[in-house]
Design a protein around this ligand. Structure first.
Ligand SMILES: [Zn+2]
Length: 240
């Protein structure tokens, strides 16, 4: 009897998605058709993702990771979930708010000028600020939709806030929009662009020239918003 062994497992070739544990780190490995080399990426949540050519050898992966160890360590140290803390400043649309923890007060979360006061135990501060930001974000999105509605040809059926780490928004074929709650943590013109982007998908479910023309009808801020998102988007999406 001839026993055929799987070609892949026999010499540790990668021919499907798999998780490798190397140096106590979890590496999500994904083979990509036609890829010429290995490509290392960190998600905003700090997951390590590595795309590799089909039939890449595990030992090639180990050598590659060894060569990029210092890059990985430097970037992992500033990765991972971010939390709101006392004294932190952040955008809430066009406002710049600074958190002030007032443990003895019994008023929940409230805003006075540019200060955001948070009462209660420090361990609840992050969750309380998240709740406040989510409520404010819902209003900021609704305000943008209401403002842009006169320029729309199709209307959204509603919107929901989602807890996402890499996407700012999406639009379903039924016209329902989803937004990451963290879009409230960006300046007003960025919120305008992100809402306009999803509204334009009501008419064009792609990123073709007609779609970008529709975005241009809704906002003048595509270019500056994209620059802001490239510079700061990742750190905003890291909030947990
Ligand atoms: Zn899009």
């Amino acid at each position: 009897m001839i026993l055929f062994k799987s070609h892949c497992s026999e010499i540790n070739m990668i021919c499907k998605e798999k998780i490798l544990i190397i140096d106590d780190r979890t590496i999500h490995v994904r083979p990509i058709k036609g890829a010429r080399g290995l490509c290392l990426r960190l998600t905003p949540k700090g997951e390590i993702r590595l795309s590799v050519p089909y039939f890449c050898l595990e030992r090639q992966i180990k050598t590659f990771l060894e060569a990029h160890k210092s890059w990985l360590e430097a970037h992992l140290s500033c990765c991972g979930p971010r939390h709101f803390i006392d004294g932190m400043s952040f955008h809430l649309g066009d406002l710049s708010l600074t958190i002030r923890h007032v443990p003895q007060a019994r008023r929940g979360v409230w805003q006075e000028g540019e200060m955001l006061y948070v009462s209660g135990d420090a361990e609840f501060l992050h969750r309380r600020v998240c709740g406040y930001v989510k409520r404010a974000t819902r209003q900021l999105i609704q305000r943008e939709i209401d403002r842009l509605i006169p320029r729309l040809h199709r209307y959204p059926t509603g919107f929901s806030l989602k807890d996402t780490y890499s996407r700012w928004g999406s639009c379903s074929s039924t016209g329902h929009l989803n937004f990451c709650w963290k879009i409230g943590l960006t300046p007003g013109y960025v919120i305008e662009y992100l809402v306009a982007h999803e509204l334009a998908h009501l008419e064009h479910m792609n990123h073709g020239p007609a779609f970008w023309a529709a975005v241009g009808q809704l906002t003048d801020h595509r270019a500056d918003a994209e620059i802001w998102l490239r510079r700061h988007g990742r750190e905003v999406l890291q909030f947990d």
